[in-house]
Design a protein around this ligand. Structure first.
Ligand code: MV4
Length: 444
C-alpha cells in the first residue's frame, strides 16, 4: 500500500480523497495555489506545498510544480481528482516516469478515449451500440453530405478532440452542412489544435445516462450501475441521480455489459465512466470519461462502494474484491450541485460566505470544502458543495432533498439553491419524465 499520496486538486474532491486516505492510514500531501492558502484541503492534509499563483495554468495545471512537490514531500502516488490534469495522458506518463503511481487508468487508455472519433470506432468494434454516423473522422464536406444523406437529417458534427459538448454543430438540412463543417473544423483547430471532426445522427430528445465501471490489473471488470445526468445546462450538470427513472432491469443489464465490453477491449484499469445517450428504448455510446466524476457519490450511496478507496486499492495492484453478482443497488440517491452563481442568470458569484449551515439527519451527505467566512475565489469552478441524499424510493429521495435544500444555509453570495428547489417541485421532474432538453424548456 502507498504510504503517502499527493492530491493534485483542490476543493471538495481534494477533501474527499483525503477522507479516503485517512481511513486507509495513508498520509496526504495537499498542493495549492496562492488563492487557496486558507483552504480546508491544505488544513486537513499532512503536508502542503504552494505550487504557484492563483491562475490554474500556473498552479493546478503545472506538471513540473506538482512533480517537484511530490518529490520534496516523498509522496509515492498522485491522485488527480477530476478536471485539471485528470485526463491528461502526458501527465500520467510523466508521473510514471518519475517512479510515482498515477491513481487512474493507463496513459494509453486516456489518450485513446480522449480522441472521440477513435473511441467511437473502438466501441463499435467491441460490439457497443454507437449512433449511426461516419466511420472515423470526415475529411471533406462531400463525405459528410454522403453520410448525412444515408442516415438522414438532422446530423451533428463533433470535434474528435472535443467532448463535454465543446466543438459541436447541428445541421438540420444539407444546406447547413458547408458552413457548419467549416465552422466546426476552424473551432476545433483553434480550441484543440486538431481540426478533425466526425458526424452522427442528431438525437433530439435523448437522456444522458452513464455507467460507473471499475477494472483491476487482474482482468476483472465490474459496473456499479448507472447515473442519470440529463438535468444540465450548457453541458454543466446540475442534478444527478441513481438509478435512472428511465431504465428497466434488462436495459440496465445490457448497458452495464456494453460498458464492460468497451473496458475490456481497451485493457482499461481503475475507475471510469461510459456515457450513453438513451432515446426511444435504445442506448448508444457517446464518450468515456477516464477519471473519477463529480457525481460519483450517488453511486456510492446506492452501492455502499467507496469509489476513491477502490481507485487507490486498484492502483496498488489489489483486485476488485467482489463480483458483478455481488453488486446490489439499494434505494435511490440524488445529488444537487450547489454553485456560487446567480440562480437565474448563472453568472459567477464569488465572494465571502458569511453564514454556512449544512443539513444532516438520515440519508443526507454534503461534500464541500466551504466553511463560514470562506472566500470563494473567482479563479476556479463555481461549485461550492454537493448535496446528496439517499432514501428507499425516488419519491422519498425527492422529499428528503427538498427538506435538505430548505435546511442548507449559504449567505453572503448567490447560489443555485433556489433553482434546485424549483426543479424538485417540478411535475415532470417528479414523474421522472425529462431529457437533456429539460433546462431549455424549464420556466424559472
Ligand atoms: C449528441 C446529442 C444528440 N445527438 N449527439 C453533448 C455533450 C457531448 N458529450 C455530446 N453531446 C450531445 N451529443 C448526438 N448524436 C446531444 C448532445 C447533448 C447533450 C448530451 C448529454 C447531456 C446533455 C446534452 C445537452 C445538449 C446536447
Amino acid at each position: 500500500m502507498f504510504s503517502k499520496i499527493l492530491i493534485a486538486n483542490r476543493g471538495e474532491i481534494a477533501l474527499r480523497i483525503i477522507a479516503a486516505c485517512k481511513e486507509m492510514g495513508i498520509k496526504t500531501v495537499a498542493v495549492h495555489s496562492e488563492a487557496d492558502r486558507d483552504s480546508l484541503h491544505v488544513r486537513y492534509a499532512d503536508d502542503d506545498v504552494c505550487i504557484g499563483p492563483s491562475v490554474s495554468k500556473q498552479s493546478y495545471l503545472s506538471i513540473s510544480s506538482i512533480i517537484a512537490a511530490a518529490e520534496i514531500t516523498g509522496a509515492d502516488a498522485i491522485h488527480p481528482g477530476y478536471g485539471f490534469l485528470s485526463e491528461n495522458a502526458h501527465f500520467a506518463e510523466i508521473v510514471a516516469e518519475c517512479n510515482l503511481t498515477f491513481i487512474g487508468p493507463p496513459a494509453r487508455a486516456i489518450r485513446l478515449m480522449g480522441d472521440k472519433s477513435r473511441a467511437r470506432e473502438t466501441a463499435k468494434n467491441a460490439g457497443v451500440p454507437i449512433i449511426p454516423g461516419s466511420e472515423g473522422a470526415i475529411r471533406t464536406v462531400e463525405e459528410a453530405a454522403d453520410v448525412a444523406r444515408t442516415i438522414g437529417y438532422p446530423v451533428i458534427l463533433k470535434a474528435s478532440a472535443g467532448g463535454g459538448g465543446r466543438g459541436m454543430r447541428i445541421c438540420w438540412e444539407e444546406s447547413d452542412l458547408q458552413t457548419q463543417f467549416d465552422t466546426a473544423r476552424n473551432e476545433a483547430e483553434r480550441a484543440f489544435g486538431d481540426g478533425s471532426v466526425y458526424l452522427e445522427k442528431y438525437l433530439e430528445r435523448p437522456r444522458h445516462i452513464e455507467i460507473q465501471v471499475f477494472a483491476d490489473t487482474h482482468g476483472r471488470t465490474v459496473h456499479l450501475g448507472e447515473r442519470e445526468c440529463s438535468i444540465q445546462r450548457r453541458h454543466q450538470k446540475l442534478i444527478e441521480e441513481s438509478p435512472s427513472p428511465a431504465l428497466d432491469q434488462e436495459t440496465r443489464r445490457q448497458m452495464g455489459e456494453a460498458a464492460i465490453r468497451l473496458c475490456e477491449a481497451v485493457g482499461y484499469v481503475n475507475a471510469g465512466t461510459i456515457e450513453f445517450l438513451y432515446q426511444d428504448g435504445a442506448f448508444y455510446f457517446m464518450e468515456m470519461n477516464t477519471r473519477i466524476q463529480v457525481e460519483h457519490p450517488v453511486t456510492e450511496m446506492v452501492t455502499l462502494a467507496d469509489i476513491v478507496r477502490n481507485q487507490i486499492r486498484i492502483a496498488t495492484g489489489e483486485n476488485i474484491g467482489y463480483t458483478q453478482e455481488e453488486v446490489q443497488i439499494v434505494g435511490h440517491s440524488i445529488e444537487c450541485r450547489i454553485n456560487a452563481e446567480d440562480p437565474v442568470k448563472f453568472t459567477p458569484s464569488p465572494g465571502k460566505i458569511t453564514a454556512f449551515n449544512i443539513p444532516g439527519g438520515p440519508g443526507v451527505r454534503v461534500d464541500t470544502a466551504v466553511y463560514p467566512g470562506y472566500v470563494v475565489p473567482p479563479y476556479y469552478d463555481s461549485m461550492i458543495a454537493k448535496l446528496i441524499v439517499h432514501a428507499r424510493t425516488r419519491d422519498l429521495a425527492i422529499a428528503r432533498m427538498q427538506r435538505a435544500l430548505d435546511m442548507l444555509v449559504v449567505e453572503g453570495i448567490k447560489t443555485t439553491i433556489p433553482l434546485h428547489q424549483k426543479i424538485m417541485a417540478d411535475e415532470n421532474f417528479q414523474k421522472g419524465e425529462f431529457s437533456t432538453k429539460f433546462m431549455e424548456e424549464f420556466k424559472y
